[in-house]
Design a protein. Structure first.
Length: 178
């Protein structure tokens, strides 16, 4: 049986939201858009939290799939890579996809350890484990690092984490890139 996937997209109402949703709709069994302080956005949920990790957490009670993936509202997912990844690694707790970053290049960088700055939000995780281990907001005023913090906790717990070398997540793609 093929595992089911939900994509949670936190948004502040960027004009690129439609592109992010389209990339998720191309493969996901469920897509949830969570608008943070953006009441004008057509979203599944509206919150006032001010931190991407906490906004993602707001979707947890609404996710109805085996796995949950995340996509920022100005980025896109590569549909066939996400679907193939979960099909190839059915026993995994977390699958980290390579992220194409316009400045940093591939993240995680090949040969580097999984540490802060070398992991982004380009992963999917078993929904029940995410609910039990939600995102924690980063330092005040920055809110950076909540994605790595979740990865670190899973590593500390000895969870099964797989890495995909295929680019599955594109950060702020240029027009025509997806």
């Amino acid at each position: 049986m093929t595992a089911t996937i939900c994509v949670v997209i936190p948004t502040v109402g960027r004009p690129t939201l439609g592109r992010a949703v389209a990339s998720a709709d191309a493969f996901a069994d469920q897509v949830l858009v969570v608008a943070d302080r953006a009441p004008e956005v057509d979203a599944d949920l509206h919150v006032k939290l001010g931190c991407p990790g906490l906004v993602r957490n707001a979707a947890a009670p609404h996710v109805r799939t085996d796995f949950v993936a995340f996509c920022d509202d100005d980025d896109v997912l590569v549909p066939e890579v996400y679907r193939r990844g979960v099909d190839m690694h059915p026993a995994v707790d977390m699958l980290i996809h390579t992220m194409a970053h316009p400045v940093l290049g591939p993240v995680p960088r090949p040969g580097w350890p999984l540490d802060h700055g070398n992991v982004g939000i380009s992963f999917m995780v078993r929904t029940d484990l995410w609910r039990a281990n939600p995102f924690i907001a980063g330092p005040p005023a920055t809110f950076r690092g909540e994605d790595f913090e979740l990865v670190r906790r899973f590593m500390d717990q000895g969870r099964i984490i797989a890495m995909s070398t295929e680019v599955g997540y594109i950060v702020r793609p240029q027009e025509g890139q997806s």
